[in-house]
Every structure is written in C-alpha cells, then in structure tokens.
Ligand binder design. Structure first.
Ligand SMILES: [Zn+2]
Length: 229
C-alpha cells in the first residue's frame, strides 16, 4: 500500500536535519565535540550529487570495508556537497565529458564525528593525511570532495599515480613518478577542477576544496538525516 503522502517523510527528515545541525552547533567545543566557531555562516544546503547529475559515479569507500580503516564508517553510500560546490562539480563533470571522461566520487560531506574517528585511528606519523578534529575538515563543511576520473568509453576508473587514500609520497599532486599517462590523468582532473573554483590538497591528488569553504560551518549531521532531494 502506498503511503498517503511522501512529503510528510521529507518534511520530517528535513526537520530532523535542522534539529541535528542545531544540536551540533550547541555541542560545539563541549565534551570533545566539534570546535566552537564564530560565524556568520551561510545556512547549510547539502545537495546529493547524483540528484544533480545521475552520470556522476560513486564509489563511497567509507561505506564499505575497502578503506584505510578496514570497516564501514558510513551507513549509507551517498555523497553531498553544499549547493554551489555541487553545482560547480556538475560543471566540471560536463566539461570533462567533451574529453571523454567523467567524475567518480569517493567522498564529499563528512560528519565531524567521522573525522574524529579517523584521527583517533591514524598513527601520529601519518596524520598529515587526515584532518585534525580540533580544526575540523573542509569535508565537515560540505566543501571538500575526494574524486577521480572514469573513462566514458570503457566505464573504467582511470589509473592515477597512486590509489585513493594511499598515505605515501605518490599521493602528492606534484609527485613526478608513475607513468606519463597516470600523471596526465591526474593533471587533467586538477585542471578541470581548478577551472571551477576548486583547489587541490598538497598531499592528495584526489582531494579538492571549494573556494567558499570558510563560509560554511562544521556539521555533524549523519547522512540518514539529510533529505534526498
Ligand atoms: Zn578528502
């Protein structure tokens, strides 16, 4: 039997989302919660990437055991960014189509509690590869994305000089090794992202920050509380 109306569910989820965002802000700085920040901030407007363009591919590693922690840390394989960043990403994806490529996203918005978990599980010598929860991550603001290219002809993920989340010097966007084709692919991704206001992380070719990240607060909203829209 059909539910009388789907909109009730959406409203309920949206309300819960706002509530949780407020709860996260309220917890800020207390009891090891997210850092306290002084605004003003733009109101969060997290958008699910595949809703804007279903040809953006996902490989949400943190929803699987195939990630550096060895276990799922997300309950749902979904990817979100703040709306202007999400719209910029769609433009990147469409520009790359003309060159025969598309975007394959590993991660977008990440709740603060997951950043904290990553930090706690990473040995001190490798912590340049994870964000310090005291400062939070640009992923927590919905303004960072981890991604690579796929080949539109074969459907395959394009080879890069290192794997995703590889904590080594090969992950640096200026790493001179690997094959010429791998470096070209990495640089193609970077050029396309930079053209739409993203900058690459100095240690990770796959991580890009959107230019307006300072305008959004650190969030600790779980995926399950973000409405599908
Ligand atoms: Zn990242």
């Amino acid at each position: 039997m059909r539910a009388p109306s789907g909109s009730g569910v959406v409203v309920e989820r949206a309300t819960r989302y706002v509530f949780l965002a407020l709860a996260a802000a309220g917890l800020a700085g207390a009891g090891g919660g997210p850092p306290r920040e002084s605004g003003p901030f733009l109101p969060p407007d997290l958008v699910e990437l595949v809703r804007l363009d279903p040809t953006i591919r996902l490989d949400i590693r943190y929803a699987t055991t195939n990630n550096f922690t060895g276990r799922p840390v997300y309950g749902e394989a979904r990817a979100f960014l703040q709306r202007p960043a999400a719209e910029a990403l769609v433009r990147v994806h469409r520009a790359l189509a003309a060159e025969g490529y598309g975007l394959l996203v590993f991660d977008g918005y990440r709740p603060w509690s997951v950043t904290k978990q990553f930090w706690d599980q990473t040995s001190p010598g490798l912590r340049k590869f994870v964000a310090n929860p005291r400062q939070g991550s640009k992923h927590n603001r919905g303004c960072a994305v981890d991604l690579t290219l796929y080949d539109r002809r074969t459907g395959r993920e394009v080879e890069m000089p290192s794997g995703y989340d590889e904590m080594s010097s090969r992950a640096a966007p200026d790493y001179p090794g690997g094959t010429a084709a791998q470096r070209q692919a990495r640089d193609r991704l970077r050029r396309a992202m930079e053209a739409e206001g993203f900058t690459v992380d100095p240690n990770e070719w796959w991580h890009f920050n959107y230019r307006d990240w300072r305008r959004y607060p650190i969030l600790n909203v779980p995926f399950s509380a973000i409405p599908a829209r």
